[in-house]
Design a binder for this molecule. Sequence first.
Ligand code: SDX
Length: 392
Amino acid sequence: LTGVITMDPGYKNSGSCKSDITFLDGEEGILRYRGYSIEDLAEKANFLEVSYLVIFGELPTKQQLHQFEEDIRKYTLVNEEMKNIIDGFPKTAHPMGVLSSLTSALTAFNPKVVNVDNEKEMYDTVCKTMGKFLVLATWTFRKSSGFPLNYYDNTKGYVENFMRLMFELPTGPYTINPVVVDALDKLFILHADHEQNCSTSTVRMVGSSQSGLFASISAGVSALWGPLHGGANQAVLEMLEAIQKDGGDADKYMAKAKDKDDPFRLMGFGHRVYKNFDPRARIIKKAADEVLATLGVNDPVLAIAKKLEEAALNDDYFKSRNLYPNVDFYSGIIYRALGIPTDMFTVMFAIGRLPGWIAQWKEMRLNKEPIGRPRQIYTGHPLRDFKEVDKR
Ligand code: SDX
């Protein structure tokens, strides 16, 4: 059975759910979106094509894809008053915190809660979310760097616009190497959905109370921010840079990762579900080699990453705990090669995961799932008699 997790007969919506979107086999290292392997999609499709597939269930025809891109363009202008909100943040604010706030603020400017059963209304909301979220994500960087906020260029593609929105300056033209667009397409595709991970479950949970899409995605952004989840890609680079600064001794950090008295974990290793390998890490590792070679980037942290991976793959502690590189281990190296600042790495993850969040929220609402209400095992006090304060 693909994607169907046994429902807990005890409580409806107690945490597991049925879904048609993503199939994941942790033992075999298989990941498919709507039945298509991520290996095929990463190689042969672009990010908007895969976003359409994940959200609407089928690969778009040429006409549908063209129309999807056109319809997203209708919504890439963000209300100018949103600038008052972003101006309220200090430049030092972490981009994920700003993005979560800006995403929630979209509700104020688009208060009508979408009728998910109205296909046209839902389609328009999808296009609005894909358009505005990308712009707001880049505004978090522009704000922290003191650059003027850029606008989407409706003559350019979605992924190309990301790089322009991030880096184009009024002082001159900005050209993009097609290798960069291809690498970003691949990275966003590989992050597009991952069944019921922490942030996606958060989006479903918030949406299950009939909260709107923007509010649900805002909560998902906050959940993704954590270093055990999407925040790991930033933590991986910070770890590799610390190892590099400390002389590049991979064995020393392997020992720290195994020392129970040391809180240090090898970031980018391990996974709640993949217990052999993360298929996305394999594709990203190959892409990292290709992108750095094509761009002529010689990044010493890539060598440290490979030394760590080699050491972990041959280490009994790691092998006995099924700890292998996950999606976050190599992605940050590519982002760095593309000039993306480290504190924007998790924002990159959010841009890639957006179609999955939308698709899962839409599916949960179309399935009329009841409000999420996990139960608990009570381990507290039995009944006790009240004591007046002067007797405590
Ligand atoms: C993502 O769920 C998803 O699908 C998430 C995601 C997605 O696409 O949405 O795939 C994205 O979040 C990837 C994971 C990114 N996080 C990291 O890379 C952070 C580092 N990894 C770990 O913190 C950890 O591996 C988790 C959180 C990813 C998984 O945790 P588990 O499965 O609960 O593992 P655990 O904490 O129960 O650990 C099992 C054992 C423990 O040792 P013992 O108590 O058995 O002796 O493995 C050890 C842990 O101490 N361990 C590690 C380790 N991860 C687990 N030891 C060293 N380094 C690590 N990274």
